[in-house]
Design a protein around this ligand. Structure first.
Ligand code: SF4
Length: 449
């Protein structure tokens, strides 16, 4: 793992997002015991219904105990004493003085810490589920629930991965009896919008029953407004900053920040308003650095999309690309339609608007590899629209055998239609296959030399 401390030290917002992610356990247990809030597990950036029910969405890995290393302890102490802005200055000074090398390890440690935990969850999932072959992401989510089910009041699940994953997820009921499932009907079904609305209404009724709180049009619209702003900032980072010729940091750090956003967006770090403020600040800090000329000229650096990563990926890949002179972009949530905004107005019907949003996301390829053609079209459109120089497809091994040939189709479609370089790298578990990935990427990156 690389050291990019000089790049990160100006990003207070990144420190906050990382800190809020890693210290989620204390925050969430306090919410549960002191404020009597219900904790409801979610994933895939769909926490809106839970927030609207005045409850707390949680991507369950955040309830794990993360190693609180020296920098986190220092950060926490400095934060309570001085506030976050001064903390960054303090860390900057600490770095100059080489004070315990605190800053040097910030992002490196965060990503490493999360990775170690992800692998632990994956192994727990495999060991306890005795399920058929499925991808890393699905096993990890099972493992997270196995580990934390006693702290969770319910699980909110949208059927937007493959059918095999949905069958697997139904086993969660033995651990968490309160299961709220939102079925997403296929495009070809009759009255698809009415069905989607009906499924949402049913889920909301169940959520109200479990939480004891009423979900109103206003509470939904309030949450959608916050979510829309989060998505706007996220897309600014991906498109305005990500496509610019000067980055506010080096490209590996930029990719690490995008990796952190991919993970933390799943539940908005359990606090939508706080997450919004951090995203807003992140954009501001990035623009300020660019304006002041702090960062790196990337005008002659190929911009490469790496996807899909939401079912598991090895962050080492963006380091390899950086060493080869490229820049990596992670944009799964945007490609899959989850960064699309939900219209909100005085007279709008929030359930109907949410229904449209979910159907649209599903049509863009959120049935995962099951709808390979749909997914291929989404990749093709996205690559063209944002003018990527090439795509690296991240093949998750142990995906259901029926879908594993999807990667070849994705690769060939982009290569033939857009005449862009593409390559497939294989992923099994974080830290494995790194040498194989390097070997695969060497001739690919030479195409840009
Ligand atoms: S299609 Fe494959 S990668 Fe996608 S959720 Fe199912 S098992 Fe995982």
């Amino acid at each position: 793992m690389s050291i990019y401390a000089d790049d990160v030290v100006g990003f207070t917002s990144v420190l906050k997002i990382a800190y809020n992610f890693l210290t989620g356990r204390d925050y969430l247990l306090k919410k549960k015991s002191k404020e009597k809030k219900k904790l409801i597990s979610v994933a895939l950036g769909l926490p809106d219904l839970v927030f609207a029910a005045d409850s707390i969405p949680v991507f369950p890995i955040r309830m794990e105990r993360f190693k609180l290393n020296l920098y986190l302890i220092a950060l926490n102490t400095a934060k309570s004493l001085f506030g976050w802005n001064i903390t960054t200055d303090l860390l900057g000074i600490a770095h100059q003085l080489d004070f315990l090398k605190i800053v040097d390890s910030i992002i490196n440690d965060v990503i490493n810490t999360i990775n170690i935990k992800y692998n632990t969850m994956f192994e727990l999932g495999i060991k306890t589920s005795k399920s058929p072959e499925l991808c890393y992401g699905v096993h990890s989510i099972y493992g997270m629930h196995k580990s934390q089910h006693e702290n969770l009041d319910a699980n909110l699940n949208f059927t937007i991965r493959c059918d095999e994953c949905n069958n697997y997820s139904s086993m969660l009921k033995s651990m968490i009896p309160n299961q709220i499932w939102v079925g997403i009907p296929s495009e070809s079904e009759e009255n698809v919008l009415d069905r989607m609305k009906h499924n949402l209404e049913k889920a909301i009724t169940e959520l109200e029953h479990i939480t004891g709180n009423v979900v109103t049009d206003n509470s939904l619209k309030k949450q959608f407004r916050i979510g829309n702003q989060v998505k706007r900032y996220y897309k600014t980072i991906l498109h305005e900053i990500g496509s610019s010729e000067f980055y506010p940091c080096n490209p590996a750090t930029f990719a690490e920040i995008l990796g952190l956003l991919t993970i933390s967006f799943q539940d908005y770090n359990s606090n939508a308003q706080r997450y919004l403020e951090n995203m807003s600040q992140l954009v501001k800090e990035m623009r300020e650095r660019i304006k002041k000329g702090i960062g790196m000229d990337v005008s002659n650096t190929p911009r490469l999309l790496i996807s899909p990563i939401f079912n598991g990926w090895d962050p080492e890949i963006h380091e390899i690309i950086y060493k080869f002179g490229g820049r990596a972009i992670y944009a799964d949530w945007d490609i899959l339609g989850l960064l699309d905004e939900i219209p909100v107005s005085k007279d709008s019907d929030p359930i109907e608007d949410y229904a449209r949003f979910l159907l649209n996301a599903s049509n863009k390829g959120n049935q995962c590899l099951k709808n390979c053609d749909t997914l291929a079209n989404s990749y093709s459109r996205y690559t063209k629209k944002w003018a990527f120089d090439g795509i690296i497809f991240n093949q998750v091994l142990d995906c259901h055998p029926n879908y594993s040939n999807c990667y070849e189709l994705l690769k060939n479609k982009i290569r033939n239609e857009l005449r862009k370089p593409t390559v497939v790298v294989r992923f099994k578990k974080i830290g494995e296959n790194v040498e194989e990935v390097k070997t695969k990427l060497t001739p690919f990156m030479n195409l840009f030399a």
